[in-house]
Write a protein that binds this ligand. Structure first.
Ligand SMILES: [Zn+2]
Length: 334
């Protein structure tokens, strides 16, 4: 050998050295655990397409939250499945709505656990869209347009009622134009200037949400969400979406889904200084769970590598159904 080749392996020769030079580290503080709350009592139903994820009623919720707190996970993200749905999603913004009640239950028992409230209407509307809809018939089919500005008013009411119930962070996921500004103004006027907005800034119209729609019973009854969610083919458009959210007053930006959009996470990280959130969505979870159940993959190794990838791509925070598993694995040594 007559050239001085570099010995990269010098830094890989022992676990101690690898640990010292590791660039990205997962900690339990990175994670937000999503929770589905529903009406009734004594409910703890596993979602068939999401093994290990359950629907909880308010009375069974406490045990789950205790486990999350004991594992040291700092935050939960609440999704609600209401008893009744209507055209405007009334159950989303009434004071005794399921998310509002769950927030009170959690904050009363665990005031230090951060409650992030998902602010959208699709779980609460009978048509499953994220806003108010104008419907009409064409060739015997029901069609509809989602009304942007009319929907904003309902989303503001939802966010304010969630903050009133004690939510620490408002996470609007509806992708209506102008939603961050409308909700910021609404929160400020209601006296919640201190409540940050975690905006689903870059939300793609994605097939990876399939299992969630079963979990939240929120599949659109007609049409799809492509008129307000983003085309997976576009990345520059993500920068425009994020920029408008920054200008409108968002405190944190989110990319959803995460796995197929790591480049978008990196672009946002490089372009903006706000904390960045990756949403490791239901389909990403279910694929890993299914393959692990078949014994085809090493679940722990796959999940660790995936979440590390999201953090390496620029995420400060990861919303993941694996939060409890990962918190447990981080406590063990392997
Ligand atoms: Zn929605």
């Amino acid at each position: 050998m007559n050239y001085p080749f570099v010995r990269h392996r010098r830094l890989r020769q022992s676990a101690a050295i690898r640990g010292m030079v590791r660039e990205t580290v997962l900690t339990v503080d990175d994670f937000i655990q999503p929770i589905f709350v529903t009406y009734g009592s004594g409910v703890k139903n596993e979602i068939p397409s999401m093994p290990g994820v359950f629907h909880f009623s308010l009375d069974t919720l406490e045990e789950e939250v205790k486990e999350i707190v004991d594992l040291g996970i700092p935050a939960v993200l609440l999704f609600g499945i209401p008893e009744t749905k209507d055209a405007v999603g009334t159950s989303a913004f009434v004071d005794n709505g399921i998310v509002q009640e769950a927030t009170r239950v959690i904050k009363k028992r665990y005031p230090d656990l951060l409650v992030v409230a998902d602010t959208c209407l699709c779980e609460f509307t009978d048509h499953g869209h994220c806003g108010m809809v104008h419907t009409y018939e064409r060739d015997g089919h029901v069609c509809g347009d989602v009304l942007n500005d009319e929907s904003l008013e309902l989303l503001v009411k939802t966010a304010v009622s969630q903050a009133k119930a004690g939510a620490d962070i408002i996470a609007p996921s509806n992708m209506m134009d102008g939603f961050v500004q409308a909700i910021r103004t609404g929160l400020d006027e209601a006296g919640f200037t201190h409540v940050p907005i975690m905006s689903y800034s870059v939300k793609y119209a994605s097939a990876f949400y399939g299992p969630f729609r079963e979990a939240a019973d929120s599949a659109p009854q007609f049409g799809d969400r492509k008129s307000y969610q983003m085309d997976p083919a576009n990345a520059r458009e993500a920068l425009r979406e994020a920029e408008s959210d920054v200008l409108e007053g968002a405190d944190m930006l989110m990319v959803k889904p995460a796995l197929a959009f790591m480049d978008v996470l990196r672009m946002l990280r490089d372009q903006f200084d706000l904390p960045l959130v990756a949403y490791n969505v239901s389909g990403e979870y279910s694929m890993v769970k299914a393959a692990a159940q078949k014994g085809w993959i090493d679940e722990r190794a796959i999940v660790t590598e995936t979440l590390l990838g999201m953090k390496r791509a620029g995420a400060d925070i990861i919303i993941t159904y694996f939060a409890k598993d990962m918190a447990r694995w981080l406590r063990e040594k392997r």
